[in-house]
Design a protein around this ligand. Structure first.
Ligand code: FPP
Ligand code: MG
Length: 298
């Protein structure tokens, strides 16, 4: 099923009649195609759902190209990022092509679907802006963190599930909540893995988020659990390249205060709600996706 999506994206890009763009696109690792899977599982294997899935994946790919420039990321999915190989300008321009072609094709779909997806892309852009803005200070507000990850990550996953439900004539609200919870849990686990995994498994340096100034959920919970003196130490490390001693201290404190378990429990709560919703709809494949989401190691 996913092959049809890969072929459709290629078709869209081939139609641009620009060999350099096609060659660059082919260098991008496809990734998990989570959003496409959701759309195909919800709306079935037909031309409309393949088009929608391809469009959403093109927009997602564009957002990651831009995100890697914004984050100065040298790797993506365990490989050198496109910006690391060809520079920021090319990465931004390829992102622009994928993004605008995606929107061009989106405008040919049902107006309600175009509205759901384009609305999510606004949230996505604002979420990214908030992520960058929040990384300038040490954020201890969990609500603000959740609002930001909803925009940056969950909104497009939510829109994928919701628009696919609309396409299939299923209950939009149930699928919307499923997608939203899946997206929030995905980002929470991603942020947790940055603290608990080693660099090789992650495909990027561990504790990188905090060094970048991102006070993600594990740091919010940890800050809450530390003594005043320790709070000060954590604050002083925010946004800095950590020494071996400081990284070891952060990781020890995370362990000592059961932070991974707390983060996991928060993500698991969202996944439980998502699973219950899909049980009532008899969506076994969507149940498995939700379960795998919190059991992943990378
Ligand atoms: C990854 O977050 C970033 C996103 C999921 C969203 C990026 C959104 C934009 C750049 C704005 C929209 C742009 C377009 C072209 C539609 P992360 O940095 O926390 O995760 P990572 O570790 O995977 O980089
Ligand atoms: Mg990034």
């Amino acid at each position: 099923m996913l092959n049809a999506v890969e072929r459709k994206i290629e078709q869209y890009i081939i139609s641009l009649e620009h060999p350099e763009i096609l060659a660059l696109y082919r260098k991008l690792p496809a990734g998990k195609r989570l959003r496409a899977k959701l759309i195909l599982y919800i709306a079935g294997n037909n031309i409309s759902s393949i088009m929608l899935a391809s469009i959403v994946e093109m927009i997602h790919a564009a957002s990651l190209l831009h995100d890697d420039v914004i984050d100065d990321a040298l790797t993506r999915r365990n490989k050198p990022s496109l910006n690391a190989i060809y520079g920021n300008k090319l990465a931004i321009m390829l992102g622009d092509v994928l993004y605008s072609k995606g929107f061009n094709e989106l405008s040919k779909l049902d107006a309600k679907i175009a509205q759901i997806v384009s609305d999510a892309v606004i949230k996505l852009s604002i979420g990214e802006l908030d992520d960058v803005g929040m990384s300038k200070t040490f954020n201890t507000d969990k609500e603000q963190y959740i609002k930001m990850i909803y925009g940056k990550t969950a909104s497009l996953i939510e829109a994928s599930a919701c628009s696919a439900a609309l396409l299939a004539g299923k209950s939009q609200e149930k699928y919307r909540i499923y997608g939203k919870n899946l997206g929030l849990a995905f980002q929470m686990i991603d942020d947790l893995l940055d603290v608990t995994s080693d660099s090789q498994t992650l495909g990027k340096p561990a504790l990188h988020d905090f060094e970048e100034g991102k006070t993600t959920l594990p740091y919010i919970y940890l800050y809450d659990a530390l003594s005043d003196q320790e709070k000060e130490r954590l604050r002083s490390l925010h946004g800095k390249i950590l020494s071996k001693i400081d990284s070891a201290w952060v990781q020890e404190q995370m362990k000592a205060h059961n932070i991974p378990q707390k983060c996991y429990a928060q993500a698991a709560l969202l996944i439980e709600e998502a699973i219950t919703l899909m049980q009532t709809e008899g969506e076994t494949k969507l149940l498995s996706i939700a379960k795998e989401m919190i059991d992943r190691k990378f």
